[in-house]
Ligand binder design. Structure first.
Ligand code: IVH
Length: 714
């Protein structure tokens, strides 16, 4: 649907807190309604791709603004609340969703992630099951002493609909199991075959009834009939692929558990394979993809699951997805259209990004009119390593191009049809000067991006830097978002060109008796007063926010926090960076900080050495009242909440990632180095300098077992 084309939405990075809050509310409402239609009315209004895009946008905003996450956040929901008409069933074990993989690299990353989490090396033996992802609706069947006692849809994952009577009419669902655990919840997918779907629609047409858009909707609509007799007449099928509550383990591995379900009388998918490497997973994925059109039922990807159930238990779950499984989706839809123009956008760090302007075309249900072209090499037919892509073919204005959206927010160009290239089409000449300020745009060695060298004189960089400056992890000024920055930047009287100008805005406004901000469209007295107060309030800022807000290349939020923890005060930071010319003692100190490398150090130093940049920084700092040390998170109610914990040495019962995730889930802050602020050092064997430093500083040091006992995991 056109109105949700992602290209028209402001980028997540540009949202300020107020905008983010509004956007989260809008997405929650949109996705809730889409969920309701999808699950309750079997008539989706958003395409799957569009739904994914919005959900991803929601997740991105939440990642940037964790404290704005709503209690009804779509990221906490895996379906929709059950509709009226069916009884409600609270699932004994939550019914979860799966994280998605789209590219081959994602599968390697999945394997790497699991190995890291479990602390097993790259060559350790791990197995995964790989099986088709059935495009139907999930159902949980509860058996007690071998008898089917309840069938429930997923609903919102916590509470589903009681569809027991209907499920009993499905031939693939056994009423009685022999030799099953006393309690067994079997989970799987209800689906309809292509042949049955076509026959059902023909039948519905013949009797003037409602036809279904696709087999999945037909399956959902058929299962959720208030009259079980109607369901009985519908050819529904069921594949078992998982389980919920069990009174005793089904097996030790995923593969054996599925075999056990099969032996108990369930249909399990014959394309379930055991694989040992990501390469084998990918080979099986390709094989399933090739068979896709002949399977006779819809699948939309391949699901990989770690085979060992004890390891699955160690990996556990994120909010709505298991860490031990992933759905590798089939590629998104493709569409052909004309490349009308190539525009160059200039970012905060001066990067020139080519954007394809396309004749609008629907891709997977979404109207696409822009696509990224990445950089000049990509247009020329080369990747970042200089290897040819698209057979070395370049992309030209006027070309007939194939667009795709692979779960990504920004559409991309897959290929060019040379047979349809207009005769007059010429190779695209990537600008060597900035289209915004005319300064030379250069490529540094090893960088695929051409950058404007205009720095502060470039209006595009200026505006983007200011947007960054007021963004959420930075100064986060209420009422001052991307929209206002654009307005104030371009206004001759208000002239907000640099961060310091934000703090003198009220003064300039006061100097203009006629064109006061409060008299302008969209402002008014109250909001202007509030804006000035919000700006004034930010004259007190934490050091990490200030460093991040400067927008120095390679210095992101994490680095800014690291630097502010290391230096403690602005004066110490500024003095060190100013003096940190390569080979100086300060340069060595900078490089010794965990998380600071030569590239970042060089970027920091050159910014502080640049006269114009330095003047802008000094002018900003002169406007501030107080630069405070980094604040820590407020306490919750676990024994370690609010504590600053450092892990060092070898952990034997968990990996660092696992330990960190667990500690953070309990409200602790995990730091990389020991300082006077550290509350606790968890030291495994081989702990070195950190343990020494901790004991010097009088920081409590405990071993891994004591840590587990403290957090109640022993
Ligand atoms: S495993 C805890 N395996 O896909 C993980 N799910 O996008 C449980 N689905 O909610 C799910 N085929 O409805 C699993 N072979 C398969 C699947 C499958 C289809 C569905 C299921 C799930 C959704 C996640």
């Amino acid at each position: 649907m056109a109105q949700y084309s992602e290209n028209q939405l402001p980028s997540v990075a540009s949202l300020n807190e107020t905008e983010a809050q509004q956007e989260l509310a809008r997405l929650a409402a949109l996705l809730l309604e889409a969920n309701r239609q999808y699950h309750s009315e079997d008539a989706p209004s958003l395409s799957d791709a569009e739904y994914d895009t919005l959900k991803r946008r929601n997740a991105e905003i939440e990642a940037r603004f964790p404290h704005l996450k709503r209690s009804d956040s779509p990221s906490l929901q895996v379906g929709s609340a059950p509709s009226d008409g069916f009884g409600k069933v609270t699932h004994a074990v939550r019914m979860l969703s799966l994280a998605n993989a789209f590219a081959d690299e994602d599968v390697n990353e999945f394997d790497d992630f699991i190995r890291k989490y479990l602390n097993v090396g790259a060559d350790a033996w791990l197995a995964y099951t790989a099986e088709p992802k059935i495009d139907g609706l999930s159902l949980s069947l509860r058996y007690e002493n071998g008898r089917l006692v309840q069938a429930a849809t997923r609903g919102d994952g916590e509470v589903g609909e009681n569809v027991t009577d209907n499920a009993r009419t499905i031939a693939d669902i056994p009423q009685t199991l022999y030799g099953a655990p006393a309690v067994l919840e079997v989970r799987g997918e209800v689906y309809m075959s292509h042949a049955d779907f076509a026959a059902l629609n023909a039948q519905q047409t013949a009797k003037g009834g409602k036809t279904f858009a696709n087999p999945r909707n037909a399956a959902a609509g058929s299962l959720r009939q208030l009259d079980a007799e109607v369901t009985k007449a519908r050819p529904l099928r069921f594949f078992a692929y998982a389980w919920g509550a069990v009174s005793e383990p089904l097996a030790e591995t995923q593969f054996d558990a599925i075999a056990r379900l099969n032996a108990l009388g369930f249909q399990t998918n014959a394309l379930t394979h055991l694989c040992q490497t990501p390469a084998e997973l990918l080979a099986h994925y390709r094989s399933i993809e090739q068979q896709r059109s002949t399977l006779g039922y819809d699948i939309d990807g391949v699901v990989y699951k770690l085979n060992d159930l004890a390891l699955q238990a160690r990996l556990g779950f994120r909010a709505t997805t298991p860490r031990w499984a992933i759905a590798h989706k089939f590629p998104a839809e493709l569409a052909w259209t004309t490349l009308e123009a190539i525009d160059i956008q200039v970012g905060r760090t001066g990067a020139l990004s080519p954007v394809a302007r396309l004749t609008p075309v629907t891709v997977g249900g979404v109207v696409v009119s822009n696509a990224t072209l990445h950089n000049e090499d990509y247009i020329a037919g080369r990747d970042s390593k200089g290897n040819t892509i698209r057979g070395g073919e370049d992309i030209r204005i006027g070309d007939w191009v194939q667009v795709y959206r692979a779960g990504d927010v920004i559409p991309k160009i897959a290929s060019v049809d040379l047979a349809r290239r207009p005769e007059k089409a010429v190779p695209f000449r990537f600008p060597e000067t900035c289209p915004e300020c005319g300064s030379p745009a250069i490529r540094e060695q090893g960088d695929s991006t051409r950058r404007c060298t205009g720095g502060l004189i470039c209006p595009a960089q200026g505006i983007e830097r200011l947007k960054h400056f007021v963004s959420r992890g930075a100064f986060d000024i209420e009422g001052l978002g991307a929209r206002q920055i654009e307005l104030f930047f371009n206004d001759l009287d208000l002239a907000v060109k640099t961060p310091a100008d934000i703090f003198t805005l009220a003064e300039r406004d006061a100097a203009h008796p006629l064109k006061k901000l409060k008299n302008r469209d969209g402002f008014g007295a109250t909001s202007t007063t509030k804006l000035f107060a919000a700006i004034d309030a930010r004259r007190t800022i934490t050091l990490d926010r200030l460093i991040f807000a400067l927008g120095i290349r390679h210095v992101g939020e994490v680095a800014a926090t690291t630097l502010s923890r290391h230096f403690g005060t602005w004066e110490a930071f500024e003095e060190a960076i100013t003096a940190a010319l390569p080979t100086s003692a300060q340069w060595e100190e900078l490089l010794s900080i965990d998380g600071v490398g030569a590239v970042m150090a060089e970027s920091l130093v050159s910014t502080f050495q640049n006269d114009a940049e330095r003047a802008a920084i000094d002018a900003l700092v002169a406007q501030l009242r107080e630069i405070t040390p980094v604040a820590w998170q407020a306490a919750t109610d676990s024994p370690v909440s609010g504590k600053i914990v450092v892990f060092t040495g070898t952990l034997e019962k968990m990996t660092r990632a696992e330990a960190k995730a667990r500690a953070e889930a309990l409200g602790a802050k995990v730091a990389g180095s020991v300082s006077a602020k550290t509350d606790l050092l968890v030291a495994g064997p081989g702990a070195g300098s950190k343990a020494k430093k901790a004991s010097e500083l009088g920081v409590e040091v405990i071993d891994e077992d004591a840590w587990l006992a403290m957090i109640g995991d022993a």
